[in-house]
Design a protein around this ligand. Sequence first.
Ligand SMILES: NC(=O)c1ccc[n+]([C@@H]2O[C@H](COP(=O)([O-])OP(=O)(O)OC[C@H]3O[C@@H](n4cnc5c(N)ncnc54)[C@H](O)[C@@H]3O)[C@@H](O)[C@H]2O)c1
Length: 334
Amino acid sequence: MRLLVCGGAGFIGSTFARQRVREHGDEVTVLDKLTYAGREENLRDLADDRSFRFVRGAIEDSDAVAGALAGADAEAIVNFAAETHVDRSIADPDAFVATHALGTYVLLEAARERELRYVQVSTDEVYGSIEQGTFTEESPLAPSSPYSATKAGADLLVQSYFHTYGLPAVICRGSNNYGPYQYPEKLIPLMILNALHGDQLPVYGDGMQVRNWIHSTDFARAIGHALEHGHAGEVYNAGGPDEEANIDVVRRIIALTDASESQIEHVKDRPGHDRRYSLSSQKVRALGWQPRMRFEQGLAETVGWYRENSWWWEPIRSGEYRAYYERQYGRALG
Ligand SMILES: NC(=O)c1ccc[n+]([C@@H]2O[C@H](COP(=O)([O-])OP(=O)(O)OC[C@H]3O[C@@H](n4cnc5c(N)ncnc54)[C@H](O)[C@@H]3O)[C@@H](O)[C@H]2O)c1
């Protein structure tokens, strides 16, 4: 297939682009604004591949989208482009509204005009928190943060384009992802890099927030399944095989990095912090997908990747991220 992958310079989008070029022989054009989280380095190994192109541009810019689609001669749009950090959405929701609402609208219009297949990448956070049991695609949307609320709004807009205009669109909602190339503001890379540097390990509240961990390669494959086999107008949840409380994830990372429990520092909880996410993935499993990576192995491999790839994270830890970290946690990185 010829694909336009929006937000493909980020963590999961770059994993998806790599998978599609290498394992499926697709032609991939990435359109990405390169925010602080988007990095061409994430696509370094694809740069010389004739099946791959990179275009810098924002999804809310209709000219940039039209140009990228024409250059790609795309048959489908897969949209990963998003602001993705809940803490940043609480401090400054502006960009979340622009990218998720306006950006998704511009992409949907472009897909409608050209009769393209459309995949919206979304999150379990649109369902809100669940104490027991697990969310299905029929569960009501009850987002808690500006991040998840704007993601839910984008999902509703996508569904309206299917119902109103017959756009062949699907939505794929993933649970918490982890793996290589994840920006270190997120729990797992933050803890790995802090542990390796002897920094404090800041845990929100009691650390008993439970997440349903999925490896980024598994989520990327689920999105590919939804693209190839999903039925227009449908939502597909893709949850990981394992659930774990944040504090237990931190303890695993301490063990894998030979850090010390004394580095754990309980800090003030995030406002409106969801206690637990859990996704049922039966519908996407019926399309033939299943997760391949269990959390224990995937986490060990992820720690190994960060250990071996300081070229990737060193520029981040010495740049804007330092200032962000200080604002967020009230202390400097070591
Ligand atoms: N990380 C997770 O745990 C997770 C879980 C479920 C779903 N998701 C969803 O998957 C998608 C990708 O998440 P990620 O973790 O890879 O995010 P990320 O923050 O690593 O990457 C986001 C990418 O989008 C780009 N981008 C942002 N605004 C843009 C705009 N206006 N125009 C063009 N590009 C723009 C950024 O430059 C970056 O490359 C998001 O839609 C997110 O909601 C993420």
